[in-house]
Design a protein around this ligand. Structure first.
Ligand code: DC
Length: 204
């Protein structure tokens, strides 16, 4: 059983995907963390601006077990992830790991941008979690503490633009995805709606 959870930055997909994995007893993979690791490694190896060769080298030598670096969660590394994610060779290098993870029994939940369209087009259940850019910026600002709302909104919009307009595996809802707009929902309501959507698709 594979559950794909895609959507833009700060829409709540990570929280929802984790809750789904817990509810159904499945494995969970935050695929954005893989791109963040590549972005961070590329900065550390080659400096900024990130170069394509540094990003490809980082993706090819990635050790996904070193997931614990606190710096991965910063906005700077989120932006770096979105930059390296445009490079087709980087995406190709991360594909096998994601696909083997998805096949782990008894099931897996993967969250990202292209899980339902490219990584696991045959996923049994697909959710596209979204919310307005303004609501997402408010949530991200809260998470970051003191950050300036306008600056966070500009970052979110830049990330949406880059993730949606790239040529390889752009951010787009799969045709058979259930779209969940969480703009007006709290976490409990969003998780409840996500569980109901998956239940409706789940193989018995
Ligand atoms: O979900 P996140 O904010 O941690 O993702 C960081 C960036 O990584 C995102 O802006 C685009 C990229 N990404 C991607 O291209 N494909 C994925 N499956 C996951 C993330």
């Amino acid at each position: 059983m594979i559950i794909a959870v895609d959507g833009p930055a700060a829409a709540g997909k990570g929280t929802i995907a984790r809750a789904l994995a817990k509810h159904f007893g499945y494995h969970f993979l935050d695929t954005g963390a893989l791109y963040r690791m590549v972005g961070l490694a590329a900065i550390r190896a080659g400096g900024e601006p990130i170069t394509t060769p540094a990003a490809i080298a980082a993706a090819l030598s990635l050790d996904p077990s070193s997931f614990t670096d606190a710096e991965l969660r910063t906005e700077k590394v989120g932006a770096a992830a979105s930059i390296v994610a445009v490079i087709p060779e980087v995406r190709a290098a991360l594909l096998d790991f994601q696909r083997s993870f998805a096949r782990k029994p008894p099931g897996a939940v993967l969250d990202g941008r292209d899980i339902g369209t490219v990584v696991c087009p045959d996923a049994h259940a697909k959710l596209f979690v979204t919310a307005s850019a303004e609501v997402r910026a408010r949530r991200r600002q809260k998470e970051l503490g003191s950050a300036d709302y306008e600056a966070v909104l500009v970052d979110i919009k830049a990330r949406d633009e880059r993730d949606s307009k790239r040529a390889t595996a752009p951010l787009v809802a799969a045709k058979d995805a259930v779209v969940l707009d969480t703009s007006e929902m709290d976490i409990a309501a969003a998780v409840k709606a996500a569980i109901a959507a998956v239940e409706a698709r789940r193989v018995p």
